[in-house]
Design a protein around this ligand. Structure first.
Ligand SMILES: *Cc1c(COP(=O)(O)O)cnc(C)c1O
Length: 376
């Protein structure tokens, strides 16, 4: 280390980088991180507490390293979405949020001399996993409607030969789901590389939109990740998981830290799965609230991306930061993310959405599109 290189001796590429994360502000209406607005019922709270009490007596011991019971429960939860395929516990991997699942994937299958690829606009954490694992990063672009041009995507994957293709479906921040055809094309083009479909928002997809889990039997390089953070209304638990061929899961076992899932996490996640009907019971309500929100924003003259998730991307604003700030001044926190000019709002309770609509109307008045502002 030379004198002027700075201290502490942080890796060169990390200097001056701000940690990822939406602002956690204490405001009345929080619509910025796609959490569920609905907390668990008193009965579920009591069951979670009892499950924690049960493991508390054994906290002197390390947890079950292989989270055996949890893998079984997650496999059983996923199987109905798998279109006739049975997902066995040996096909399931879990970690502290699907963010950690994704990091494990990069640690095991990425690395120096390898590349991960995605299509922008997309989840802004992906390039960070690549950076942190010394994996190269390549990015293609989505169409105007945020879908994929399959021919261009195939060409890019064939050229880049990525070790991993990372694609959320529905996509964050646009809400766009991928058709089966796109996943098939990418899996074929990727050859030996893995295609990771991040289904963090899958439970919110509209009727008739399929899950990539249906294709697990057809493509050995397909990986589908899920999380309990969104539709499951358990963001505080930190539990994400995936389904893939057992050989892929074996690779992840090599890179995980010892006992990475605490006894408490395992017990709470299992309790959540036992109460799945209640916790997922709000999904239908949130989907219809989302569809009403999309219709309302369009009626106001805004551009809105079709959404299969629990958030909506809308715009476009000449100064989106000013709109974001004006909403915050009225106690409504949304997310300044996505392509320039767009904003993302999570779907909350009917009361929260009413507050959002009121604040947006107050903030932008009669909406003016960018085209109007430019006098076109
Ligand atoms: C919210 C989100 C996740 C979930 O992350 P967790 O670590 O499971 O909370 C994963 N992928 C995308 C695209 C997301 O938006």
């Amino acid at each position: 280390m030379t004198q002027d290189s700075g201290w502490p001796p942080l890796r060169e590429e990390l200097r001056g980088i701000a940690p990822y994360g939406a602002p956690q502000l204490d405001v009345p209406v929080q619509l910025n991180t796609n959490e569920s607005p609905y907390g668990p019922s008193a009965e579920t709270v009591a069951d979670v507490a009892a499950a924690v009490a049960e493991v508390a007596g054994g906290l002197n011991r390390y947890p079950d390293r292989d989270f055996t019971e949890l893998s079984r429960a997650l496999a059983a939860y996923l199987t109905p979405d798998a279109g006739g395929n049975v997902i066995g516990p040996e096909m399931v991997w879990a970690a502290n949020g699907s963010n950690e699942v994704m990091l494990h994937l990069l640690q095991a299958f990425g690395g120096p001399g390898r590349t991960a690829l995605s299509f922008a606009p997309t989840y802004s954490m992906y390039p960070e996993y690549a950076r942190d694992t010394h994996t190269g990063w390549a990015v293609g672009h989505r169409n105007e409607d945020f879908g994929l041009d399959l021919e261009r995507a195939r060409r890019l994957v064939t050229e880049q030969r990525p070790a991993l293709v990372l694609l959320p479906s529905p996509n964050n921040p646009t809400g766009t789901a991928l058709p089966h055809e796109a996943i098939g094309v990418l899996c074929e083009a990727a050859g030996d590389g893995l295609v990771v479909i991040d289904e963090a928002y899958a439970e919110f997809r509209r009727a008739g939109v399929p899950s990539a889990l249906e294709l697990l039997g057809e493509h050995r390089n397909l990986v589908v990740t899920r999380t309990m953070s969104k539709a499951f209304a358990m963001a505080g638990t930190r539990l994400g998981y995936l389904a893939a061929r057992p050989e892929i899961v074996e690779g992840l076992r090599v890179v995980r830290l010892p006992y990475h899932l605490s006894s408490v996490t395992q017990a709470v996640a299992l309790a959540g799965l036992r109460h799945a009907p209640e916790l997922l019971g709000y999904v239908d309500r949130l989907r219809s609230e989302r569809d009403e929100l999309v219709a309302w924003l369009r009626a106001q003259g805004h551009e809105v991306a079709d959404s299969d998730a629990n958030f909506v991307l809308f715009g476009r604003f000449a100064d989106r930061h000013a709109v974001w700030q004006a909403l915050l001044d009225r106690g409504v926190l949304i997310r300044e993310t996505g392509p320039d000019g767009w904003l993302r709002v999570s779907v909350g309770t009917p009361e929260e959405m009413a507050a959002f609509r009121e604040a947006l109307t107050a903030a932008v008045g009669a909406p003016r599109t960018r085209a109007q502002e430019q006098g076109r």
